[in-house]
Design a protein around this ligand. Structure first.
Ligand SMILES: [Zn+2]
Length: 383
């Protein structure tokens, strides 16, 4: 058994200060304040030196790391996320690729996930391919793809078959004609799959119609989501309002340093509306070749496409937590809930995401500025 001593544990709704955490067979075996907890003599001791210890981050929406897309080179990109504390990662395949490119990416990521280095890969998040072409970067690339001509079984079934139960999330634009057939077929391919509303200008009714099939996530909430103008000069209701309204839908948030993707005031408003139980911090880390257009001074963690539109971030989950804490005043338990427990729960991982007896010993050791000092994956120290 391993005893991590001299640690401050970040729990779901409190802290355990000056604590010891026991790890056995890759799982959390117990914990307690040092002064009242006996450490068995045969324990291997790891002195955490007063650091904070939280559950490893679960990043469900992330395309790349270090500027390398997972779908092209997982070995060159996934380890960087692990070094930053992401112990469960859903490599995310975006909408701007052809079927052949997507199939190759799925195969490559799945093969990598079976290697010891790929243990943190927990499945795939498909951001598309059936989105609303009006709400995304790379419009030129999108316009030439079969995905934008219509929702056809002869196009999508091969993706569903190749993914099997490796897919955890399909993001869709519910207003696309024929989307319900796709959703039903996707559920046949993996009954546990979740759906997200993404890059969409659906009405609340169109979104809510998919909730019985497992729609429970709002993809990068308030970002690349549409607005509907029904009456001039009156605010319409669309994706953001529906995600805000439904407690059954988690809101993904991209928290960059300056608050470009989501304004800090909006972050605070969403915390108030959704509550800390329904927010998921994502990195949406990506890679795009465009130069930084004027107006983004102070931002060094964003990518832009060739049309000058924001195309994701350079974030890792530790930075996303730090930014959320900075912008909203969230503390460690709240930020870790948003970056670990909530995403794990939303996509159906019941064995991780919190410090609790019997859960996977996926742990991140941080200082008070959320700088990652150590990482344990299934009880094995990997940083
Ligand atoms: Zn997106």
């Amino acid at each position: 058994m391993l005893a991590i001593t001299n640690a401050n544990l970040i729990m779901l709704d409190h802290m355990v200060m000056d604590a010891v955490l026991f790890v056995e067979d890759g799982k959390i075996a117990g914990y307690g304040e040092l002064w009242k907890t006996d450490i068995p003599k045969d324990c291997e001791i790891f002195d955490a030196g007063g650091l904070y210890v939280g559950p490893g981050f679960v990043d469900i929406h992330c395309h790349a790391s270090n500027g390398i897309r997972f779908q092209f080179d997982p070995a060159g990109s996934v380890p960087n996320t692990l070094r930053h504390g992401t112990t469960t990662l859903l490599p995310t395949l975006a909408y701007q690729y052809s079927k052949e490119v997507l199939l190759d990416g799925i195969r490559l990521v799945r093969e990598y996930s079976k290697t010891p280095e790929g243990e943190s890969v927990g499945g795939i998040y498909m951001e598309g391919p059936y989105l609303n072409a009006g709400f995304g970067s790379d419009k030129t690339a999108m316009s030439t793809l079969c995905w934008n001509k219509g929702v056809f079984k002869e196009d999508y079934q091969e993706l569903i078959d190749e993914l099997g139960d490796f897919v955890r999330v399909w993001a869709v634009a519910p207003e696309r004609e024929g989307i319900l057939d796709f959703v039903k077929d996707a559920k046949k391919g993996n009954p546990d799959v979740r759906f997200a509303v993404a890059h969409s200008e659906a009405t609340p009714a169109q979104i809510e119609a998919l909730m019985p099939y497992g729609l429970c996530i709002g993809t990068h909430h308030t970002n690349a989501t549409g607005t509907i103008v029904k009456y001039p000069e009156c605010r319409g209701v669309c994706v953001d309002e529906c995600v805000n309204f439904n407690s059954g839908i988690y809101a993904e948030l991209i928290c960059d340093k300056v608050g470009v993707h989501v304004d800090p005031y909006m972050l605070r408003l969403i915390r108030k509306i959704k509550g800390d139980e329904r927010i998921i911090l994502i990195t949406d880390a990506s890679s795009h070749p465009g130069p930084k257009p004027p107006g983004y001074e102070g931002s060094d963690d964003l990518y832009f496409d060739m049309e000058g539109e924001i195309g994701g971030t350079k974030l890792t989950s530790d930075q996303a937590c730090r930014n959320m804490m900075k912008h909203t005043g969230a503390g460690f338990p709240e930020a870790f809930r948003m970056a670990s427990y909530n995403p794990a729960t939303a996509v159906g991982f019941t064995d991780r995401g919190e410090i609790a007896v019997g859960k996977r010993a996926d742990l991140v050791l941080i200082d008070d500025r959320v700088n990652v000092q150590g990482v344990f994956l299934g009880g094995r120290q990997v940083k």
